[in-house]
Design a protein around this ligand. Sequence first.
Ligand SMILES: Cc1cc2nc3c(=O)[nH]c(=O)nc-3n(C[C@H](O)[C@H](O)[C@H](O)COP(=O)(O)O)c2cc1C
Ligand code: SF4
Ligand code: SF4
Length: 271
Amino acid sequence: MIINSATSIYFSPTGTTKKIIDQIIKGMGLEKVNLVDLTLPKIRESVLNEINEDIVLIGVPVYEDKVPEILLEFLNNLKGNNKPVILVCVYGNITDGITLNELYEITENNGFKVIAAGSFIGEHSFSTKKLPVAEGRPNYEDLSRAEIFGAEIVEKLKRINEISDIHIKIPEGKIELMAKVVSKNSARMFTKQPMVDKSICNDCGVCVYFCPMAAINQDTLDINEDKCIRCFACVKRCPKKAREIIYKKKLLVTNVLRFKSRIKRDVKTYL
Ligand SMILES: Cc1cc2nc3c(=O)[nH]c(=O)nc-3n(C[C@H](O)[C@H](O)[C@H](O)COP(=O)(O)O)c2cc1C
Ligand code: SF4
Ligand code: SF4
């Protein structure tokens, strides 16, 4: 089976998932790639009726051990029509939880055929200079692994006639106790709203553009608390560093992040 084109569907507020996806595509050496960026609220509200490309790639960050909830409606509306799909999750070196299992279930139920999956590591959205968590990841090695993964997928597909010949097994993940006991969107319980420091801000509007929830008022730059999911795109993408991540319950959050991220996690791929 020869693959020439792909639809790449991804959500990536702070850009690490996008880096991994791009590298997988590079490794696949495809001629045509149709990008569907779910980070933009308008795209998430749309429905992708038809996929014309040969293969689909879906990439999401792990939020609270799972697929970010705001993506579920879009993903559940996708029609697979027996297309091959590659599933990718990117997490902040704590746990990838059940994200790949969830993606597998959604896509197979919608008529896709999962032909490969991978779990990669990206700098944690809550990482700061004082408390670095998976800082700088994906690093050179992670990106090389993503590129090799892409090349391996193409090689594997060349060797088969029908995608029904492919059977991959993703191990059952688990939801950590912490994610079970705290409420949904617990990030708001543990971090403050990233307010803007007007003495540094130059009104460039970058944070407004990159906020995946359209939560930042473009005139005042204030954040709508009901919409903000604490993805920290506005902090990480601000060229003037006019917003910062501030933990609530600082000692608890610092200890949990430090303890949970102490082991350097490795890329896992399923082919
Ligand atoms: C609300 C929220 C919840 C998160 N939950 C987890 C988690 O359960 N496990 C983990 O390792 N990282 C978690 N992270 C970190 C992200 O998965 C990680 O930083 C990822 O690389 C972000 O992807 P992006 O750069 O494409 O936005 C969470 C981040 C956010 C914003
Ligand atoms: S305002 Fe909230 S949702 Fe929007 S980019 Fe900042 S942290 Fe993310
Ligand atoms: S990205 Fe930073 S400098 Fe630009 S408007 Fe937002 S807070 Fe201000």
